[in-house]
Design a binder for this molecule. Structure first.
Ligand code: AHM
Ligand code: MG
Length: 330
């Protein structure tokens, strides 16, 4: 028989308190990064409120514009971009922002130390059908002096230079997952209280997962070697799961073990996903939890970006599965 202690985890540490505690363990921390993480948490709460009411607020459907990649912007894409931009501007800790929804680098506060790269709302095609969507963010420290103009070198840093990265998954519940390079922590949003609470301490990705995630509709455009890997997954009775929201697919595979693949196709010869505001953050999270992330040839975090909107193929998830895939496609 279940006891009262089985009925749910006790409500514990809030995101804000957790960030503060972590900051206190670094004697020379200035608190700027902590404030920035809290600003992202606040924007996520505001956006979460809008997402959950989107069907009632005329926030579904296309906005009528295209982003820099020529993709139709959804109303919520635009709202999400505004919410995060506003929170980062008001917070004051960000000198520049790169966003999937912005053609150019947005200069915010020249006196601040950090740059943020983000996809404010990923998985746009799932918005109108009540399927999980997400926010992805990467945080970098600027290389140039505070107060000066943000440089190309500040912006085009490899993923290995991220000082923190994370995502928010707006799913059956809303969860914010982040790392500062010392483990991966997940915080579930308590809707009635309006706070994120630590629910997933020290997330570990098992090395041998049971899930493979790839858009099977592109089968005819995949290489024979990739077919062999997928057939190998099937022969080993792995299960196929593909939501079509990167954050949701990666989050599930992170918790349960699995591999997510978005390879190069004739339609997307360099892959579809964006290196700087989709792949890098997830690669840091997955590596921090013991998994791996590659573009098929090299570690995602080692790629030196040449353009902040550049795309990359992505093979990410459980270490042994990623290794097996890379071995079979090489
Ligand atoms: P988006 O940034 O325009 O939403 O596109 C990225 C999304 C990912 O979330 C998802 O994994 C992928 O595109 C799905 O693409 P496809 O429909 O080609 O499988
Ligand atoms: Mg996206």
């Amino acid at each position: 028989m279940a006891s009262s202690t089985d009925l749910g985890k006790p409500v514990g540490v809030t995101l804000d308190r957790f960030i503060k505690r972590k900051q206190d363990s670094f004697p020379y921390a200035t608190g700027e990064l902590s404030q920035l993480l809290r600003d992202i948490g606040l924007a996520a709460k505001i956006l979460n409120r809008e997402i959950t009411r989107s069907g009632l607020l005329d926030l579904e459907g296309a906005f009528g514009t295209q982003n820099v990649q020529g993709e139709a912007q959804q109303k919520l894409d635009v709202v999400a971009n505004i919410r995060f931009k506003r929170a980062l501007t008001n917070g004051g800790q960000v000198c520049a922002l790169i966003s999937e929804e912005e053609q150019e680098v947005i200069t915010i506060n020249p006196d601040a130390s950090y740059l943020v790269a983000m996809d404010p709302l990923d998985g746009s095609s799932n918005i109108d059908v009540n399927v999980s969507i997400g926010t992805i963010f990467s945080i970098y420290r600027r290389k140039s002096e505070k107060g000066s103009q943000v440089t190309k070198e500040d912006v085009l840093q490899p993923g290995s230079a991220q000082v923190a990265a994370g995502y928010v998954l707006y799913g059956s519940s809303t969860i914010l997952v982040y790392t500062t390079g010392r483990g991966v922590y997940g915080f579930t949003h308590g809707p009635t209280i309006g706070e994120f609470f630590l629910s997933h301490p020290n997330i570990q990705c098992i090395p041998d997962g049971k899930i493979y995630s790839i858009n099977d509709g592109y089968w005819d455009q995949m290489s024979g070697k990739l077919h062999s890997f997928i057939e190998n997954c099937r022969s080993k009775k792995l299960t196929s799961r593909y939501i079509g929201s990167l954050v949701a697919d990666v989050h599930r595979n992170l918790l349960k073990g699995g591999i997510y693949i978005y390879p190069p196709f004739p339609k997307y010869p360099n892959g579809k996903l964006r290196l700087m505001y989709e792949a890098n953050a997830l690669a840091m999270i997955v590596e921090q939890s013991g998994g791996k992330a590659s573009d098929g040839k090299q570690r995602i975090l080692d790629i030196q970006p040449e353009d902040f909107h550049q795309r990359t193929p992505l093979f990410i998830g459980s270490a042994n599965l990623v290794d097996k895939c890379l071995e079979m496609i090489s």
